[in-house]
Design a protein around this ligand. Structure first.
Ligand SMILES: NC(=O)c1ccc[n+]([C@@H]2O[C@H](COP(=O)([O-])OP(=O)(O)OC[C@H]3O[C@@H](n4cnc5c(N)ncnc54)[C@H](OP(=O)(O)O)[C@@H]3O)[C@@H](O)[C@H]2O)c1
Length: 324
């Protein structure tokens, strides 16, 4: 089969499409013929050796895929050959066939096509877990979403609206702000000049935001702690700015706020049933029209590097996928 292969850590441009053997499954695993795979920021970190999980070489990146099952291990009871599924593969999805353990796959709803399905796990799975289980977002609360036109950010905007919150979205260009608005944001702030704290306060009558969704870190995190509401929740999602921030504990004391870690991959590993419930809710929101995943770039396996570069250059709005 064909796969985009990483043989040593380094820049993504070193990856090459090669013929390799199909994955050999264990008793609790399935093989999936990949129709589409979502491309994510962590794929770039993984091939550079900067991600928390480092696969053995050689490996194909690609953390999520949608396709149909082609083989099942003997302990797999809930899935059968030919079934349409979404898989949280961690890596390996930029290939014609990928394997996944049964607890990391989800049946694919009939009303969702493979392309949309391929981008649901990482960004919608993460944002649903962040806002439902970790942020405990309530209707009528104010949700501030940073990097709101990026993958996880745009998903958080839509889920925030579906949960009944007022959503303020930040992004670095006016075009990105308009996209966040098209996906439901009530207000937007172009934070390219580095400032959003005072604007958030004025948009919330001085109260600040109840829940803040932060995939950016660095200065964005620092300012967020200064415009969070009393008993607010600051969700630590990621650090695309490149700096892992440190929080002054006195600010948490003064705002009586929580700084809340979010690690979706470990959540799926530990509580796959709760993740499944989140996906059932996501399917409902898709049917009700709250969620309209935005795919702005589709590439072939051979052109995956173009899309990875666009993500690294901050050029993708919504998501990019590989069609296989
Ligand atoms: N905690 C978890 O379980 C979990 C799960 C999935 C992903 N993540 C993390 O979430 C983060 C975002 O992932 P994503 O897939 O949404 O990425 P993405 O689509 O590339 O979006 C990230 C956004 O970050 C903003 N950004 C600010 N500074 C940046 C910089 N120097 N370089 C690139 N982007 C920058 C950009 O928005 P503006 O241009 O508008 O600022 C961009 O749209 C990553 O760090 C990822 O590892 C965490």
């Amino acid at each position: 089969m064909k796969a985009l292969v990483c043989k040593e850590f380094g820049p993504a441009k070193n990856l090459k499409v090669e013929e390799i053997n199909e994955p050999i499954i264990k008793d609790d695993e399935v093989n999936i013929k990949v129709h589409a795979a979502g491309i994510n920021f962590p794929d770039i970190l993984m091939v550079e050796g900067k991600y928390q999980f480092k696969p053995e070489f050689p490996f194909a990146p690609g953390a999520e895929a949608a396709g149909e099952i082609t083989a099942v291990g003997k302990n797999v009871t809930n899935y059968k050959i030919g079934q349409r599924v979404i898989a949280m593969t961690g890596h390996g999805a930029f290939a014609e066939i990928v394997k996944a353990p049964q607890k990391k796959i989800i049946p694919l709803s009939d009303n969702v096509d493979y392309e949309i399905a391929s981008i649901l796990p990482m960004v919608y799975g993460t944002s649903a877990h962040a806002l439902i289980q970790r942020g405990k977002l309530k209707a009528e609360e104010t949700l501030l979403v940073h990097g709101a036109a990026g993958g996880v950010g745009l998903a958080a905007v839509e889920i925030g609206k579906a949960m009944g919150a007022k959503v303020i979205a930040t992004a670095s260009t006016d075009e990105k702000c308009s996209v966040a608005k098209e996906h439901g944001a009530d207000e937007t702030i172009n934070y390219s000049n580095g400032e959003f704290k005072e604007t958030v306060k004025s948009m919330t009558d001085g109260r600040g935001a109840d829940v803040i969704y932060d995939p950016v870190g660095g200065d964005v995190f620092d300012q967020s702690l200064r415009c969070i509401a009393w008993e607010g929740r600051l969700l630590v999602i990621g650090f695309t700015s490149g700096r892992i921030p440190s929080a002054p504990a006195n600010l948490a004391l003064l705002k009586s706020c929580d700084i809340v870690g979010v690690f979706w991959g470990a959540f799926v590993e530990r509580t796959p049933q709760v993740n499944l419930q989140n996906f059932e809710q996501l399917y409902k929101w898709i049917e009700e029209g709250y969620i309209k995943p935005r795919i702005s770039m589709k590439v072939s396996l051979e052109n995956t590097l173009d899309a990875m570069k666009a993500i690294a250059d901050r050029k993708i709005i919504g998501k990019a996928i590989v069609k296989i």
